[in-house]
Design a protein around this ligand. Structure first.
Ligand SMILES: [Zn+2]
Ligand SMILES: [Zn+2]
Length: 356
């Protein structure tokens, strides 16, 4: 089958690799939609390789014998084959899988923290292929209702879950003020999530023109361009000198983390959903008014079948539609070009739909 694989640091190519066959508890899905994500860039550029090896010592074995690491962790498709012991799925059903899968048995999985699995779960790889394999399928996949499109459903596998979790894990109350630093795809999902959860004033920080426009559409009342104004003093002014109830860091940079930590009110919550890689060090300025009394919450994409089902219900019944994030549509065979485009942030790119 055709698959987009990492052949060198920073480089992907289309390659012919064996179509996976499902072992016990696994299922193989025929891809109908895949997409490129900011996290793909982390895996591609090699920065977190140490981190990956630290987290997943069996990764080397996983990719042995293949031309490289099959890329992509966000995918939708129809069940092609189920392995022994899979009980919740049948061939032909339309499904999605969480971008991080859990074993379903370890301590973390038993408390529902599937993305923190220590029992053999890790990042799903290989959705940018004609077929992809879902391990521990009963735990990590969900059926997609007919009313939900592929483009809507695929966002639930990663960035919608992460973005919505920003205010959810911050325990944001209705009417709370929220500031979100960076309006890339994940930040925009955080903006939509804050709005859906009942935020009051939503302030976002972004400098790319198309992302400023998207941010307003997704629910921001005010967008601050950090190239024109200092976001922290603007946020302070907009909240009567108090700072916001919840400040969200959504890109994974030291600078925005520090800004978010200075923009939160005394007693407020700093919520970070950015992926930092191995560097930078994250530090919190001790001069911020909220330094001595605030909550800090870090969140890695909440996963698992129940999470997916809840997000699909928000799309289906809550009429939350994040599919305008798809700015580009290409064939799977053009995946290497899609990576170049995504990395360049040209043409207002947010999400690129890849179809076989
Ligand atoms: Zn992703
Ligand atoms: Zn587990």
């Amino acid at each position: 089958m055709q698959s987009c694989v990492k052949t060198a640091i920073g480089k992907v190519e289309m390659a012919d690799i064996p179509t996976p066959t499902p072992g016990p508890g696994e299922m193989v899905v025929k891809t109908t939609l895949a997409t490129v994500c900011g996290s793909d860039m982390h895996f591609l550029d090699g920065l977190p390789t140490e981190l990956l090896v630290f987290l997943y010592s069996d990764l080397a074995g996983f990719i042995a014998g293949l031309p490289g690491l099959p890329m992509g962790h966000e995918g939708v498709g129809t069940v092609h084959a189920v392995g022994e012991g899979v009980t919740r799925f049948q061939p032909g059903e339309r499904v999605i899988a969480s971008c991080l899968y859990g074993c379903g048995k370890c301590i973390q999985c038993s408390t529902g923290d599937y993305s923190m699995c220590t029992g053999g779960g890790r990042v799903l790889f290989g959705t940018q292929s004609e077929y992809f394999l879902i391990p521990f399928a009963d735990i990590n996949a969900a059926k997609v209702p007919d009313e939900v499109s592929d483009e809507q459903a695929i966002l639930a596998t990663d960035i919608m879950s992460t973005g919505f979790a920003a205010t959810e894990r911050a325990e944001m109350k209705i009417g709370d003020s929220v500031a979100i630093f960076a309006q890339g795809p994940v930040g925009l999902c955080a903006t939509a999530g804050a709005r859906a959860r009942g935020a009051g004033l939503v302030i976002t920080v972004e400098s790319v023109p198309e992302r400023i426009e998207a941010s307003k559409k997704f629910g921001a009342n005010v967008v601050i361009n950090p190239k024109e104004k200092d976001p922290v003093s603007e946020i302070t002014n907009l909240t009567n000198g108090q700072g916001v109830d919840v400040a969200v860091e959504a890109v994974g940079l030291q600078e925005t983390f520090e800004q978010a930590s200075r923009a939160v009110r005394r007693g407020g919550t700093l919520s970070s959903i950015g992926v930092y890689g191995v560097l930078p060090q994250v530090c919190m300025p001790t001069t911020a008014p909220s330094f001595y009394h605030r909550k800090v919450v870090m969140t890695f994409c909440p996963c698992g079948h129940d999470r997916l089902a809840h997000l699909l219900d928000i799309i289906r019944y809550g009429k939350v539609d994040l599919s305008p994030l798809f700015t580009h549509r290409m064939k799977l065979s053009q995946a290497p070009e899609a990576f170049d485009l995504f990395r360049s942030k040209r043409e207002g790119v947010l999400k690129i739909a890849l179809t076989p």
